[in-house]
Design a protein around this ligand. Structure first.
Ligand SMILES: C[S@@+](CC[C@H](N)C(=O)[O-])C[C@H]1O[C@@H](n2cnc3c(N)ncnc32)[C@H](O)[C@@H]1O
Length: 376
């Protein structure tokens, strides 16, 4: 082996050891509760919103502009009818919508302390306590149902959509907007059992999954480059932990591992779509079973130049901030300098938006149930 290869390999091994140490620390932080809320859905702890706040305040005005356009396109401005928000948390969506919609918005939230906090933060906002799966609301009574970064955390989407359909007036719309990264654990739980879901890559970022049968892991392991094996072993033991770590701290490790796996041809590997696409797929499947109609499913974005805020000040070298469904990145773009005034930054917010409609006509089963009720 020539000296260059030896040095490169030694460097790669040190780099991987560094990642392993970081993984251990991350595991420790997570079990100490720091990261748990973000991933597992501990919806009792209001500190969870602190974390969201740090990211959201960087692009909030751009998000509000995108939300305004989504509302205008999907929810009638002439009506005074109610707009039900599912999983309202501490009221982020009510901060983003324009006044004509805000007065019609009623939040529903399972955690009482969150809805109390929403009302303390904004006494003009409205919130009730309840569960999405059994809405305390009459059938055919609601003009529109909206939800902001919630359905990716639900484990029973079918029941949720049935409830949405039940409470909507015929022709009423359901709008789900995702500004945070889809909850990885819910999506992993829905992958087929008996496989280890390793990352897949497209270019230099993680784009989906490569499913390796549990029984094939040893065969795969023998073919992997030695420096990748310790990470793959952690992965094989606890994929949910490893993928979260890779997404949040070390995309490049995921990319290296994914490329190595891709190169191994004699292990059968099934590929699955990216996380956002997996979420959208789950939504479409559950929607279909509810009998509602899909109106649109895709990204909506807005760009805005704003005054620097305390969030931006944490990145003194950055004048550009972009949230692409939970992937917040800051950076400096020299071509923006002439465009930006004193203390200004450019922001862009890309949201995933899923819109469905309740049909005007009732389903056979519903008509039958009603005639049975009437016949009683
Ligand atoms: C990721 S947070 C988003 C909160 C808020 N929409 C926001 O964007 O800040 C998900 C919220 O949905 C609520 N939630 C989750 N499952 C729920 C359910 N089954 N019924 C009612 N609320 C639920 C949680 O308590 C939490 O407040």
């Amino acid at each position: 082996m020539n000296d260059y290869i030896k040095t490169a390999r030694a460097f790669a091994i040190f780099w991987y050891i560094g990642i392993l140490i970081d993984m251990e620390k991350y595991e420790h932080d997570r079990t100490m509760g720091v990261e748990l809320e973000k991933t597992g859905g501990d919806w009792q702890n209001p500190n969870i919103f602190e974390m969201y706040e740090q990211g959201r305040r960087l692009v909030r005005e751009a998000t509000a502009e995108a939300v305004a356009s989504i509302f205008r396109h999907n929810i009638d401005t002439d009506s005074n009818g109610s707009i039900l928000e599912l999983g309202s948390g501490i009221g982020e969506l009510s901060k983003l919508v324009s006044p004509e919609y805000k007065e019609r918005l009623v939040g529903l939230e399972q955690t009482e302390s969150f809805s109390q906090l929403q009302k303390i933060n904004d006494p003009t906002s409205r919130a009730v306590v309840g569960k999405i799966e059994s809405l305390p609301i009459a059938s055919d009574s609601t003009d529109a149902v909206v939800s902001f970064s919630v359905f990716d955390t639900l484990t029973n989407l079918e029941t949720a959509f049935q409830e949405v359909r039940r409470v909507l007036k015929p022709g009423g719309r359901f709008v789900h907007i995702l500004d945070l990264g889809p909850n990885i654990h819910v999506i992993m739980d829905q992958l087929p059992k008996g496989f280890i879901p390793f990352p897949d890559v497209e270019g230099s970022h993680m784009s989906g999954w490569q499913l390796v049968r549990n029984g094939d892991y040893q065969k795969l392991r023998e073919k992997l480059p030695p420096e990748v094996v310790p990470i793959a072993d952690i992965y094989a033991k606890d994929p949910a932990f490893a993928i979260q770590f890779i997404l949040e701290r070390a995309q490049n490790v995921g990319v290296e591992l994914a490329k190595s796996i891709k190169a191994i041809r004699d292990v059968e590997i099934e590929t699955r779509p990216p996380i956002k696409e997996s979420f959208a797929e789950n939504m479409r499947r559950a929607l279909e079973s509810s009998g509602m109609m899909l109106v649109s499913d895709g990204d909506v974005w807005a760009e805005k130049i704003v005054q620097r805020n305390a969030g931006h000040d944490k990145y003194p070298g950055s004048n550009y901030f972009e949230n692409n469904v939970g992937k917040l990145s800051g950076g400096f773009r020299s071509e923006l300098v002439g465009e930006l005034g004193h203390n200004q930054v450019k922001t862009k917010s890309i949201l995933h938006v899923f819109v469905a409609e309740k049909p005007e006509t009732k389903r056979n089963g519903e008509m039958k149930n009603e005639s049975e009720e009437n016949g009683k």
